[in-house]
Design a protein around this ligand. Structure first.
Ligand SMILES: [Zn+2]
Length: 90
């Protein structure tokens, strides 16, 4: 396992699982959402960068980076996905 530890969106929380991970970017201080596969790709690249769902490249370097404000674009995209998924369930 890499030494990096990130806050993961845990199953069983109030938020429905959507397979994404919350990461706080050391550059803009915002908490972005990163898809699971993008997270795995970032870990594999060993560059500590991850492409968020909003398109921002998240630099998740410092463990001391406190959770920042949620990126509104990421929130919108994740919400839109949930709405779309709900629509298709009908
Ligand atoms: Zn974002």
């Amino acid at each position: 396992m890499p030494a990096l530890r990130h806050r993961l969106t845990r199953p069983g929380t109030a938020e429905p699982r959507d397979g994404s991970v919350e990461l706080t970017c050391a550059r803009d201080g915002r908490t972005h959402r990163v898809d699971e596969h993008a997270y795995a790709t970032g870990l594999g690249s060993r560059r500590e960068t991850f492409r968020a769902v909003c398109g921002v490249i998240v630099l998740a370097g410092a463990l001391v980076t406190p959770p920042g404000r949620r990126c509104p674009t990421c929130v919108d995209i994740v919400q839109l996905r949930k709405d779309t998924a709900r629509y298709h369930e009908k």
